[in-house]
Structure formats: structure tokens, C-alpha cells
Write a protein that binds this ligand. Structure first.
Ligand SMILES: Cc1cc2nc3c(=O)[nH]c(=O)nc-3n(C[C@H](O)[C@H](O)[C@H](O)COP(=O)(O)OP(=O)(O)OC[C@H]3O[C@@H](n4cnc5c(N)ncnc54)[C@H](O)[C@@H]3O)c2cc1C
Length: 407
């Protein structure tokens, strides 16, 4: 037996023995446990501690920073085994997926030792201070000012659309440290505590009543100079790298991880994923005498979309393997981000066409849970082509950085 097969066997046994049912994704017909009970909270915490202590929340990060120290192949095996059992990753968020990778690449040893273990253990929630009222797509035009005073920077200005800032402990923030240099050359990347005096957070009320986004104001906030990552005025390189990780992650979440097939109910046979959408459409469209969805136009659109999804899933799988083999995400990740955002919007629009006014419910007993979820999924998909850089900006990146077209 090869080392890798041995590792797989041990990993499978460990996950089966330790991952509680409440931390596994529901399978067909299963009912979610009631959340918020003391027993369940304790069970989740116990599992989180067990897996984080092994470093398996960040399997490929070095052991000296509390990661798992696994090789790329071992990390892939762990991911496969977790997916097989439906284990939900124990830790996620901006720290794990965005800040951690850039700290590993650009942070100094002291910064890695101070910040990475808390990310691995999910002890600190991070938020992303990039966008400003006048600097979204034109991110390099940002105006939040940081001036050195002794061994601290004094920060003034405003960020906006900062997801979950009201829940965050720390922020990674783009600030301008040189107002005379060309706009890309005067930016720094700095970390500070959201409880610092002078930080105020104002959640933005959305039409849905939720408030995931915030405006964040800095009024003479003092951040330690030792928490500036990379070189002073060298933050744009880090900012772009982090966006590549963000775009790669968003693409995966919007369907890049789809393998194009799923396990059939109660059996081992695997069925193409488009059966999933066809099944969802059946109650609304009905079937013709051949057993096909009755509306030939919508049937055609479902197949087209799902074929695209399968191709995209395979492309993402290939590029994920290339990334794990040591080549991090590059500019080409903009193609994935663009495709995933636009096709998820198409998918959600198609569900609205299929379901008609059944997909427009907001609350109340006249709609099923799945129908109410569908309304929210449709509305949420509109943000896909804005977050992490709009679709137009992805097209600009592809034109300039991938195809090499002139500015
Ligand atoms: C769900 C979600 C979560 C977000 N979370 C965060 C977060 O945590 N932290 C954070 O900092 N930001 C966050 N954002 C903000 C996001 O990064 C910005 O909204 C985005 O970069 C666009 O900037 P803007 O809103 O200022 O739009 P603008 O830049 O004003 O753009 C307006 C329109 O003009 C177009 N446009 C602008 N410039 C060009 C150009 N050069 N070529 C072609 N078209 C152009 C855009 O494509 C867009 O359609 C989030 C946004 C969303 C939707």
C-alpha cells in the first residue's frame, strides 16, 4: 500500500470516528438537527477543536503556523474524504480564504506567527477593508489615509460595503501612505483591531431587512506599524493577489466545484447534475408523453446551462489541481469569476422562468421553504457579478492581462 493510500485510510477512519452528524451535510431525506441547543453547541465546538488542533482547517499551511503541514497530494485526499462524508469545513471566512494565503506569501515571520494560528483555530473574525465610496472598480483610487507617527500609523477615512464588519474582530485594510506617488504606488496593506478607538461601524440596511454590509469610519485610528504587511507603498501587489484568491473562491462557490454528477437517490449509480435542475422544474412544467419536461424551450435552456456547468466544473477542477501543485491563482482566475457569476445569474433567472410567480414569494404559508429560498437565491445572485470586482472589471483584466490587449 502506498503512503498516500495509507493516509487516505487513516483519514477516512478518523473523520468517520470524529465528525459528528451535525457537521455533515444533509443527504436526501435527512432533517437538520435543531440548532442552538447546548448539547449541539458543545458537539460542534468539540469537533472544531479536534480538527483544528490537527491543523486540518488549513491542511497545507506549515505546522509552525498551526497548519496541517500536509503535502498537496495529502491535502487533496483530505478534501476528497471530507467531501465523501459531507463534512462541513470547520473554519471559513475572510481570514482563512483571503488573508491567510497572502500572509503566507507576503507576511514576515513575526506576522505569520501572530496571526495565522488564530485563523487556523477560527478564533478571530476578519473583514475586508477595500472598497470606498469613490473607489470600488477603481480600487487604486482609494483615499483612506495612513500617516506614520512614531511606531504607529494614524488612519482616517471611510470604507463601504465591508461585509460583516459589525461582527469582525480585525480588518485587513488598504490605506494610502503616499499621496504624491502614482495611485498604484502609494498604497499599503495593514492589519488592525476593529475595537481600536476611532473605529465606528454602521450596518447598511438592505431591502431584505438583512444587514450584511457596513460602512466603516476611521477617525484617528492608531495601528501598529509592525502590522503593515510587505513593503510600505507596496500594498497594491498584495491587494491584487488577495483579489485573485477571492475570485477563485467565489468561482468555486458559484458552481466551479460541481463535478457534473451526483449520487442517485438510494443507489450507487451517479446521475448528471442537470437531472437536479430538471427535477426541480418538474412540479412547475410537468412532463410530456415521453417523460420529458413539457416545455421544449425551457428544457433546451436547462440542458444548455447544465452542459456549460459541467464543462466549467471540470475546468475549475483542472485549475484547482494546478493551483495545488504550487501555481497559485493568476489573472486567468478572472475568466472563472466572470463565467461563474454570469452563469449563476442565468441559472437563477431560468428558475424564475420555470417557477413563475412561485419564485417571487418572500414569506408566508402560501410558499414552500424551497420556493422562499429560491427567491433569495435569485436576488443574491445579482451580487455575484459585483463582489470581488464586477463582471466588466473581469473583462478588462482578461483583455489586458490574459490576452495582452493594449490599454
Ligand atoms: C455581495 C458583496 C459583498 C461585498 N463585500 C465587500 C467587502 O467585504 N469589502 C469590500 O471592500 N468591498 C465589498 N464589496 C464591494 C465590491 O467590491 C464593489 O461593489 C465592487 O468592486 C464595485 O464597486 P462599486 O460598487 O463602487 O461600483 P463602481 O465601481 O462605481 O461601478 C459602477 C458600474 O460601473 C462599471 N465600471 C466601473 N469602472 C469600469 C471600467 N473601467 N470599465 C467598465 N465598466 C466599469 C462597473 O462594472 C459597474 O457596473 C462587496 C460587494 C458585494 C455585492
Amino acid at each position: 500500500m502506498s503512503d498516500l493510500e495509507g493516509f487516505r485510510r487513516e483519514t477516512r477512519a478518523w473523520l468517520e470516528a470524529n465528525c459528528p452528524p451535525s457537521r455533515r451535510r444533509l443527504r436526501d431525506g435527512e432533517v437538520a438537527p435543531a440548532w442552538g441547543t447546548k448539547e449541539l453547541d458543545e458537539e460542534v465546538e468539540r469537533w472544531k477543536k479536534l480538527i483544528c488542533d490537527k491543523g486540518w482547517s488549513a491542511p497545507s499551511w506549515p505546522r509552525e503556523y498551526a497548519g496541517g503541514g500536509l503535502s498537496n497530494e495529502e491535502s487533496r485526499v483530505l478534501a476528497q474524504e471530507m467531501a465523501r462524508l459531507g463534512c462541513v469545513p470547520p473554519v471559513g471566512g475572510f481570514g482563512m480564504y483571503l488573508l491567510g494565503p497572502v500572509l503566507l506569501e507576503f507576511g514576515n515571520d513575526d506576522q505569520k506567527r501572530r496571526f495565522l494560528p488564530d485563523i487556523v483555530h477560527g478564533r478571530v473574525n476578519w473583514c475586508q477593508g477595500y472598497s470606498e465610496p469613490g473607489a470600488g472598480s477603481d480600487l487604486a483610487g482609494l483615499q483612506v489615509r495612513a500617516e506614520l507617527d512614531g511606531d504607529e500609523y494614524v488612519i482616517n477615512g471611510q470604507k463601504i460595503w465591508t461585509t460583516s464588519a459589525h461582527l469582525a474582530d480585525w480588518i485587513f485594510c488598504l490605506v494610502r501612505t503616499d499621496f504624491d506617488a502614482a495611485k498604484h504606488d502609494g498604497i499599503s496593506f495593514i492589519l488592525f483591531d476593529m475595537k481600536s478607538p476611532g473605529v465606528s461601524v454602521s450596518p447598511i440596511q438592505l431591502i431584505s431587512g438583512a444587514s450584511d454590509f457596513c460602512q466603516v469610519f476611521f477617525d484617528d485610528v492608531r495601528a501598529k506599524a509592525e502590522n503593515l504587511v510587505g513593503d510600505k507603498n507596496g500594498g497594491w501587489t498584495i491587494a491584487k493577489r488577495l483579489l485573485q484568491h477571492e475570485r477563485s473562491g467565489l468561482s468555486g462557490m458559484m458552481g466551479g466545484g460541481a463535478s457534473g454528477s451526483k449520487r442517485a437517490k438510494g443507489g450507487k449509480r451517479r446521475v448528471p447534475a442537470f437531472r437536479g435542475m430538471a427535477d426541480a422544474a418538474e412540479p412547475y412544467l410537468g412532463r410530456d408523453e415521453h417523460g420529458r419536461l413539457a416545455d421544449s424551450h425551457l428544457r433546451d435552456e436547462i440542458v444548455q446551462l447544465e452542459m456549460d456547468g459541467i464543462c466549467f466544473g471540470l475546468t475549475m477542477k483542472r485549475s484547482g489541481e494546478a493551483a495545488k501543485a504550487g501555481q497559485g491563482p493568476g489573472h486567468s482566475v478572472s475568466m472563472a469569476k466572470y463565467f461563474a457569476s454570469e452563469s449563476n445569474k442565468r441559472r437563477q433567472e431560468l428558475m424564475v422562468s420555470i417557477m413563475g410567480n412561485r419564485s417571487l414569494g418572500w414569506e408566508g404559508e402560501g410558499f414552500s421553504r424551497a420556493e422562499l429560498d429560491q427567491t433569495r437565491a435569485w436576488l443574491r445572485s445579482k451580487g455575484n457579478s459585483i463582489e470581488g470586482g464586477t463582471s466588466e472589471i473581469q473583462l478588462n483584466v482578461i483583455a489586458k492581462r490574459v490576452l495582452g490587449l493594449p490599454d
